[in-house]
Design a protein. Sequence first.
Length: 98
Amino acid sequence: MIKRFFNVLAIAFAVTILFSSCYSYTSVVGKGAQGGQQVTEWNHYLIGGLAPVSVSDSKAMAGGATDYTVHTRHSFVNGLLAGLTFGIYTPTTTTVTK
C-alpha cells in the first residue's frame, strides 16, 4: 500500500514538472518598438504573485518614448526562484524595447 502511494506521488510530481511552463505577454504601445534599445527590470511578488512588493513602471522604463513594446515574462530563473521558495517569492521580468 505504501509503495503504491509513493508511485502515485512520484507520477503526480513528474506530471506537475512536465506540465509547468513559463508565461509571457506582450503589450505594444503606439507603433511598437522602432529600435533595439532594451531596458530590463524584475518585478517582485509574494505568495504566488498575489502581493506585489516592487513592480516596474513600463512608462518610466520607456524614458519618454511614445512608441515601445513591453514584454513581461516568467522566465526559467524566475520559476526556479519561485520553486525554491515554494511560491512565497515569485518574481517576473519586464523588458521594454524602444
